[in-house]
Design a protein around this ligand. Structure first.
Ligand SMILES: Nc1ncnc2c1ncn2[C@@H]1O[C@H](COP(=O)(O)OP(=O)(O)OP(=O)(O)O)[C@@H](O)[C@H]1O
Ligand SMILES: [Mg+2]
Length: 418
């Protein structure tokens, strides 16, 4: 890197909007300059349901992040997208080397990937097209065929798509703060960027970011993203269930969940009692802590079953070798790891954002894996021009050659920062 560059990530979650501004110096050193964490509004299960409210939340999050650095530093942002409109498919395509004497060059791979771009419904937009493996003259699992002598090349790519109108609305909500969107990144990919190790990706892992309104899921195989999905349920449903079970308002249920919740009631002493505070004229009361963990347990079991269902839908019969990696705000719920182990078997790990030395305490939480991952993703893919413009009401995607060639191991190397 020849000069310092600024990066901004914006994660518009169902519960909070988190912005991070960072600078990468000429030596590749990364410094977080500011963060902005505000309560989200206008979002439901990862989807915008009131754009004016989202605009306000994004604006105050960005303003908070640039409090100490002044205006003008943030120009383009890397933004996360989620919601049940996200879908994926894996494509395969083949080409013949036009010249028998020539090695496979970047121009051939470029052409191959361009031709394998799937035709999607006009209501859909391709967010990512990631080459995940090549077959060269019958030899499988070639990571990078550039420079090889070959007659035939096959490429398999993982394609992530989203509803074009929904993506446009996300861009619109962010651009209202007078910044442009450099790239939209599916949130599961961002969270994986900040949490999964290279070994986990190689061994195969299921990454789940369990937030307030969604479970963002990404399955890795042989080092690459292989299956992605968004399940429209999260921690807010745990709170709603607790509120109904205890006949208390939502805000009180959230408070109780955070203080005494446990996904596995048997981990709580059978005789432990807690005081449910008074509300709206109702007297305070004593409750068994185990009892209030029951609805959390039941919903979490349901959520884990949904995760397993997606794993099966991906074509796997069981969890891959590195198992389940859980991040997102709900990873903080005590007992979740033990419950996942009991329900699904296989290794289970709770993950927090990694990859940046000296990460501020505020960002060392499972709920910020997406925002930190967006930043890392932006730095890694910084050479690419992928601009979304809301002004002409179309989403323009400029994919650089580099992105097309970012298959295999290249994707697994962490960003050398910090
Ligand atoms: N210590 C904790 N115990 C239990 N639940 C927790 C804890 N901390 C956070 N949560 C839950 O995590 C959820 C919020 O997670 P997160 O901040 O990752 O969501 P989000 O990114 O805003 O939403 P999403 O990604 O689903 O759109 C809430 O339901 C919250 O109650
Ligand atoms: Mg989230």
């Amino acid at each position: 890197m020849s000069k310092e560059t600024f990066y901004t990530a914006v994660d518009i979650g169902s519960n909070k909007v988190c912005s991070i501004v960072a600078r990468v110096g000429a030596e590749g050193d990364l410094k977080i300059l500011g963060t902005g964490m505000v309560t989200s509004q206008g979002m439901q299960k990862g989807r915008i349901d009131n754009i004016d409210e989202v605009k306000v939340a994004v604006k105050s999050s960005l303003e908070e992040a640039q409090r100490y650095i002044g205006r003008g530093v943030i120009t383009g942002v890397y933004a996360g997208v989620s919601g049940s409109h996200i879908s994926c498919l894996n494509t395969k395509d083949m080409m013949e080397n036009p010249s028998a004497d020539e090695d496979i060059g970047p121009q051939h791979l470029d052409q191959l990937i361009r031709s394998s771009f799937p035709k999607v419904d006009p209501s859909q937009e391709i967010l990512h097209m990631i080459p995940i493996g090549y077959e060269v003259d019958g030899m499988e699992a070639v990571r990078n065929p550039a420079g090889l002598h070959a007659k035939h090349i096959n490429v398999e790519s993982h394609v992530v798509m989203g509803d074009a109108a929904t993506l446009r609305n996300t861009v619109k909500a962010i651009e209202a703060s007078r910044v442009s969107v450099r790239s939209l990144v599916v949130e599961s990919l961002a969270s994986a960027e900040s949490t999964l190790t290279g070994d986990e990706k190689e061994m195969g892992a299921v990454l789940v970011d369990i937030g307030g309104g969604t479970i963002d899921l990404m399955i890795y195989r042989q080092g690459n993203p292989w299956y992605s999905a968004v399940i429209p349920v999260g921690g807010n449903q745990l709170t709603r269930d607790l509120a109904v079970a205890m006949r208390i308002p939502y805000f009180l249920a959230e408070d109780i969940k955070l203080k005494w919740g446990n996904a596995l009631p048997e981990l709580v002493r059978a005789d432990e009692e807690v005081v449910v505070p008074s509300f709206q004229g109702q007297p305070r009361r004593i409750a068994k802590r185990r009892d209030l963990c029951e609805p959390l347990h039941a919903r979490m079991v349901e959520m884990l079953k949904q995760i397993l269902l997606r794993v099966r839908q991906s074509g796997l019969r069981q969890l891959p070798n590195a198992g389940l990696v859980i991040t997102g705000g709900c990873a903080e719920l005590p007992g979740i790891r033990e419950l996942a182990l009991k329900t699904l078997g296989g290794p289970v790990r709770l993950a927090y954002p990694q990859g940046i030395a000296g990460l501020p305490t505020q960002l060392q939480k499972a709920s910020t894996s997406t925002a930190v991952g967006l930043l890392l993703w932006g730095i890694k893919h910084q050479g690419e021009r992928r601009s979304y413009s809301n002004r002409d009401r179309t989403v323009k995607v400029h994919r650089s050659l580099r992105e097309r060639l970012m298959g295999g191991r290249k994707q697994e190397q962490g960003v050398q920062v910090g």
